[in-house]
Design a protein around this ligand. Structure first.
Ligand code: SF4
Length: 489
């Protein structure tokens, strides 16, 4: 079967239980952000900007566990920030397992090998020698590290660690092949480290997933190559989602200057174009997601937003209405469910955003659960078929695939300095035209200030504001980097 039986059965039971009880809204996945500190500064990341004044704050362990217990989501996605920086991450994972929940750690991969060495040190017996030998052969640990694993002291032996489990996935952020990924995370070498971490995890018996965000500039052909490569590494599954593409300043230009929205946004139509192969990929690779959501991305159906099913909890509380938008934070999940005016968000029957910021959104955190929660007989059948169908075989590894993957710093095409220079040179005019002034990924403001247009006749909105969101930087760099790549050939 495509996914492990025990977690799949648990999720199915959770849905059936709430359907039988007639619960109108309930949590499926908790996005738990114990902190927003990160070791990277990815340009497209809204978190380190929106919560820039509280990067040092952390949610106490007990509060994290209480949030999971309160919403009772069967799956917990620990994100952030970089969750492996959270000092009690091991205790958090252990506590969530004790509550019987499936745990995904969404990580940039940089600290994964350190955490797995800690596991090895705590669990080491001579029976681990074959794995250690393989790790040494593949240069995934050094001789010195192997020795310190073998000679672990009592403190290392008794440390709480993150062990391989069918209830746990490392969920590694990978947005493209080496050139693109390092560009997006703004640091060369990160892609290579992610791959090393994935290889080490698979040798040690961990489950590994990857998560990929698709931007306007993302090339679908590259995504397919990326999936082939990741599959050849033995990655167990992939999540993929369009990026959140809303920018009030650009929206305003569309409206005032009559520009084509496609010039600025990853519109729904463009998203569907980018995801036209998603169902084929779902057959080739283990894409995590309901078939209903894949059909939605491919443009074959509409889905309603059910952001309440994927709530976010962080240092300020329960973030409403969704993972990307912030209108407020609530002390409890129950209060958030009761007080948010959910019908102000999502899209209407014409596919127009009820709130201007929802108009182009097709994010998995809003729409994925809608496919899973549908009770139509057809959806139940396709969900069953997809989950219980056979798992796609790993893509065969080959030197060509590896060569194609390492298309950046590894082969001397380190692009970052050149890209930054190109951005400054070629995009300075664009930046000044938008009067760079901040991030309109929504801020934590009072209810009612949502940018909601309430307009009629088409999907136009009255949103305005002199801001260029952080994605503009990323997009400019990606465009600039592609030029550099062409020049270098
Ligand atoms: S449609 Fe709107 S409310 Fe729903 S996830 Fe997207 S941005 Fe959030």
């Amino acid at each position: 079967m495509r996914f492990p039986l025990a977690p799949t059965a648990k999720i199915a039971r959770h849905i059936v239980k709430h359907k039988l009880k007639g619960t109108p809204k309930f949590a499926m996945v908790l996005q738990l952000e114990p902190l927003h500190t990160c070791n990277l500064t990815c340009t497209g990341c809204g978190r380190i900007r929106e919560y820039s004044t509280s990067l040092k704050d952390m949610v106490p362990l007990e509060q994290c566990l209480a949030a999971a217990a309160e919403c009772d989501a069967p799956m917990i996605s620990i994100c952030g920030g970089e969750p492996l920086i959270y000092p009690k991450i091991e205790e958090l994972v252990a506590g969530l397992h004790e509550q019987g929940r499936m745990v995904y750690i969404c990580t940039n991969g940089v600290f994964m090998r350190k955490k797995m060495r800690e596991y090895l040190a705590s669990a080491y017996t001579p029976a681990f020698e074959p794995q250690l030998a393989q790790l040494l052969t593949e240069k995934l640990v050094t001789e010195k590290e192997a020795e310190s694993i073998r000679k672990a002291d009592a403190a290392a032996k008794s440390k709480v660690v993150i062990r391989p489990s069918k209830w746990h996935y490392w969920n590694v952020h990978v947005d493209g092949l080496e050139f693109t990924h390092d560009l997006i995370v703004e640091r060369e070498g990160v892609f290579k480290e992610c791959v090393a971490a994935i290889q080490m995890a698979k040798i040690l018996g961990y489950q590994v997933a990857t998560n990929t965000t698709v931007y306007k500039e993302t090339e679908t052909a590259e995504l397919e190559e990326m999936f082939k490569f990741l599959s050849s590494l033995g990655v167990d599954g992939h999540t993929i989602s369009p990026g959140y593409d809303y920018d009030a300043a650009k929206k305003d230009m569309v409206k005032r200057l009559g520009k084509d929205p496609a010039q600025f946004f990853l519109t729904r139509e463009m998203t569907r174009q980018k995801f036209k192969d998603i169902e084929r990929w779902g057959q080739m690779f283990t894409i995590f997601g309901t078939p209903g959501y894949l059909e939605f991305l491919a443009g074959k159906r509409e889905l309603a937003c059910s952001a309440w099913a994927v709530p976010t909890y962080n240092i300020r509380g329960w973030k409403a209405p969704c993972y990307v938008m912030t209108e407020g934070h609530y002390p409890t999940y129950a209060q958030m469910l009761a007080e948010v005016k959910w019908d102000r968000f999502g899209v209407d029957d014409r596919g127009c955003g009820r709130d201007a910021r929802c108009e182009n959104c097709m994010m998995h955190s809003g729409f994925e659960p809608s496919g899973a929660l549908s009770s139509s007989p057809r959806d139940s059948w396709i969900n069953f078929k997809y989950n219980f169908g056979s798992r796609p075989a790993p893509y065969p590894s080959s030197p060509e695939l590896t060569r194609a993957a390492y298309n950046g710093a590894t082969i001397g095409k380190g692009h970052l300095a050149e890209a930054k220079e190109a951005v400054n040179r070629e995009f300075a005019g664009v930046k000044s035209a938008f009067a760079r002034g901040g991030n309109d990924l929504p801020h934590d403001h009072a209810h009612g200030d949502s940018g909601h247009s309430g307009g009629s006749g088409g999907c136009s909105s009255g949103a305005s504001g002199a801001a260029v969101d952080q994605l503009a930087d990323l997009k400019a760099k990606m465009a600039a980097a592609k030029k550099i790549e062409v020049k270098s050939e």
